[in-house]
Design a protein around this ligand. Structure first.
Ligand SMILES: [Cu+2]
Length: 110
């Protein structure tokens, strides 16, 4: 059983931060558990990649701080699950990580 949903895209390159919708491309990125995940800021303004649970009673699993234009942020990897995140500077920017267990990789031959 996986966490994929329609429209989600398995990625093999950095998630791009853009200044136009959906702001994080792909908006729903599918990655393997434990594999590093990278974002690149393709805009001329700083952005952040902050787990939506930050600032709540739940664990804050990742928070990039400001990522300058042209720079990247790399997360070492996450356990299987679905993680939504946003830009702390521009709340309109939001994306989702769908982290899948490689043991359930039938849906993504590679
Ligand atoms: Cu932003």
């Amino acid at each position: 059983m996986g966490y994929s949903s329609v429209g989600a895209e398995f990625i093999n390159q950095p998630i791009r931060m853009e200044h136009f919708p959906p702001y994080y491309y792909p908006h729903e990125a599918v990655v393997w558990a434990g594999v590093p995940i990278q974002w690149i800021n393709a805009t001329a303004s700083p952005h952040t990649v902050q787990h939506d649970d930050c600032g709540t009673e739940k664990p804050c699993l990742f928070d990039s701080g400001k990522v300058a234009p042209g720079k990247t942020y790399t997360l070492p990897g996450l356990p299987p699950g679905r993680y939504s995140y946003h830009c702390q500077i521009h709340p309109i920017m939001g994306g989702t990580l769908i982290v899948e267990d490689p043991k359930g990789r039938a849906a993504h031959p590679q």
